[in-house]
Design a protein around this ligand. Structure first.
Ligand SMILES: N[C@@H](CCC(=O)N[C@@H](CS)C(=O)NCC(=O)O)C(=O)O
Length: 222
C-alpha cells in the first residue's frame, strides 16, 4: 500500500475518523493540514469544493464517508455479515447527523445565549437515541456492531469526543456512551495517538475561528 495522505484543515472534525482508522491499523500516513491560502487555490480544483480528501498512490477520494468505507473494506473493519454491514451503515449515518448538528450549532446567531437550550432540547435527545441504539447491540456495548472493532466505532469515538469537548455538560447524562468512548480510547494504538502531538488541537471551526481543545473558554459554559 502506498503511503496515504490525508488532506484537511488543522482540525479534527471529518478527518478524525480517517486518522483514527489509520492509527489503529498502524499505517504510516501524511496528515497534510492545509492553510487558508492553499485552500483557496486547491478549492477550485476539487470535484465538490470540500475537504477531506485522501490519496493513496494513484487513488484519490473526495468524500469523507467514501474514505471511511474504503479504509473499512481494505482493513476488514466492516463487520462479518450483511446484517453487521447494514448496522455499520446505520451507525455511520447516525454519527454523520450528530456531526452536522454539533458542527452547525456554533454558527447559529446568538448561539452562546441559546446554548443551554440547544443542549437540552436538541443535543441531549440525539445522544439519548444514540445511547439506546448502542444498547441494542446483542453482543454488548463495547462496540456498536458485533463483538469486535469496526470503522464506525472510530467514527463514534471521533464525534462523541468532539461533542464532549464542545458540550461537556451533555455527556454525564450518557454513561453508556462515555464508557464506550473510554473503552475505545484505551486501545493501545488509539491511546498512543490521543496522547500524541499528531492529533490536531483544533476541534471544529466556528464564527470566531478555530475551536481549540486547549482553550475552550467561550464554548463551554462559563
Ligand atoms: N460531504 C462532504 C462535506 C465536507 C465538508 O463539509 N467539508 C468542509 C469542512 S468539514 C469544508 O471543506 N469546508 C471548506 C469550505 O467551505 O470552504 C464530506 O463529507 O466530505
Amino acid at each position: 500500500m502506498a503511503r496515504p495522505t490525508v488532506i484537511y484543515f488543522d482540525i479534527r472534525a471529518r478527518a478524525e475518523p480517517i486518522r483514527l482508522i489509520l492509527e489503529e491499523m498502524a499505517i504510516d500516513y501524511e496528515d497534510h493540514q492545509i492553510t487558508d491560502s492553499e485552500w483557496s487555490e486547491l478549492r477550485t480544483t476539487t470535484p465538490f469544493g470540500w475537504l477531506p480528501a485522501y490519496r493513496e498512490g494513484d487513488l484519490e477520494i473526495w468524500q469523507s464517508h467514501a474514505i471511511y468505507r474504503h479504509l473499512a473494506r481494505i482493513h476488514d473493519l466492516y463487520g462479518t455479515s450483511e446484517e453487521e454491514r447494514i448496522r455499520c451503515d446505520v451507525v455511520e449515518e447516525a454519527f454523520a447527523d450528530l456531526n452536522t448538528l454539533i458542527g452547525r450549532a456554533p454558527w447559529r446567531p446568538d448561539f452562546q445565549r441559546t446554548r443551554q437550550d440547544f443542549i437540552e432540547s436538541e443535543l441531549s435527545p440525539v445522544l439519548d437515541r444514540l445511547e439506546r441504539f448502542l444498547r441494542t447491540n446483542p453482543r454488548g456495548e463495547s462496540f456498536w456492531v458485533g463483538s469486535s472493532l469496526t470503522f464506525v466505532d472510530l467514527i463514534a469515538l471521533a464525534h462523541l469526543d468532539c461533542t464532549g469537548s464542545m458540550f461537556p455538560e451533555a455527556m454525564p447524562g450518557h454513561p453508556t456512551l462515555q464508557e464506550f468512548c473510554d473503552g475505545i480510547a484505551q486501545l493501545p494504538r488509539i491511546a498512543g495517538y490521543l496522547r500524541s502531538d499528531r492529533r490536531p488541537q483544533g476541534i471544529q471551526y466556528g464564527p470566531k475561528g478555530r475551536i481549540d481543545a486547549r482553550s475552550l473558554k467561550g464554548w463551554v459554559a462559563a
